[in-house]
Design a protein around this ligand. Structure first.
Ligand SMILES: O=C(O)CCC(=O)C(=O)O
Ligand SMILES: [Fe+2]
Length: 294
């Protein structure tokens, strides 16, 4: 089932009450191919030597420069390695174990502005219609990324709510997640707890530390019990699917245990009329305010 020219159907709107909605065949195989080709070019063109992970030798410097590299990526296209060294891109001595093209976990966070092919998909009329159908009045785009989940080393994404990272008052974040390849139970497809956006409050936030020296989590509510493993529903999504993700719904994905990659493109929207927390990890810059979608 796909969207109509006027946005979501009543049935799709009802289904979205689960906190997420899979829209198959939202974009074409050709679209996916175009974005994968560009993502691959970016990976191949990326200069490993100038990356903070490899440029500095002591741990502290790597952390500090790495934090800045991350915190200032909101208006750039930057590259992030697989974090967990044990299962990831580096061996215990910090040497890359695999080809650099395979070692990157994601690129972000301004593809929707800086990369024309990604911008074109992000700003499509159908995207606008869907976002409008979901009740947004003045949606702003932010935090676009390609997440690669490469064969065998692509790490898990632990359970989380996206509003933890993009906190607004009132809450307004919604993810738009585009499957650039088939996402299956073995290559790390998404899992959701249906309805959890209504039962589990956003209980922590990921913020910049004062002085912009790195990031930390702060607790908003103690004693929140997260749903058990078996509450998660596995949602395989064929290439061409768009998934809408409510900012408060719990979701996760597992490690890629297959020999097939799982590339996706995602960005978020927030309501421009809501108050964007000034200590959220990602901040707009004078040169690049959050992109108006409508
Ligand atoms: O792609 C994934 O595995 C996780 C992505 C995610 O959590 C998100 O887009 O909000
Ligand atoms: Fe997420």
């Amino acid at each position: 089932m796909t969207v109509t020219a006027t946005g979501l159907t009543p049935e799709q709107k009802r289904k979205a009450k689960d906190g997420y909605l899979v829209l198959r065949d939202f974009f074409t195989l050709e679209d996916a191919q175009t974005l994968r080709t560009r993502a691959r070019e970016l990976l191949e063109g990326f200069d490993l030597e100038s990356h903070p992970k490899t440029k500095f030798s002591t741990g502290e410097e790597v952390d500090h420069v790495g934090d800045d590299y991350f915190l200032n990526s909101g208006d750039k296209v930057r590259f992030f390695f697989e974090e967990t060294r044990a299962e990831g891109a580096f061996d215990n001595e910090g040497n890359l174990k695999v080809d650099k093209v395979c070692a990157i976990n994601k690129i972000g966070h301004a593809l929707h502005e800086l990369e024309p092919a990604f911008k074109e998909l992000s700003m499509r009329p159908r995207v606008k219609q869907v976002v409008e159908s979901m009740g947004f009045e003045d949606p702003r785009i932010l935090q676009s990324m390609v997440i690669f989940k490469q064969p065998e080393i692509g790490g898990r994404v632990p359970p989380h709510q996206d509003s933890t990272f993009l906190y607004t008052t009132p809450l307004s974040a919604m993810g738009l997640w585009f499957a650039l390849e088939d996402c299956t139970p073995t290559n790390g497809c998404m899992h959701f707890v249906p309805g959890s956006h209504k039962t589990v409050p956003v209980y922590k936030r990921f913020v910049r530390k004062p002085g912009n020296v790195g990031t930390t989590f702060i607790t908003l509510k103690d004693g929140i019990k997260e749903p058990p493993e078996d509450a998660y529903v596995c949602e395989p999504t064929p290439v061409g699917s768009l998934v809408l993700i409510h900012g408060s719904v719990l979701h996760k994905s597992s490690q890629n245990q297959s020999n097939k990659s799982r590339w996706i493109y995602t960005f978020h929207v927030i309501e421009g009329n809501a108050k964007y927390a000034p200590d959220n990890w990602l901040q707009p810059t004078p040169e690049m305010p959050f992109t108006k979608l409508l």
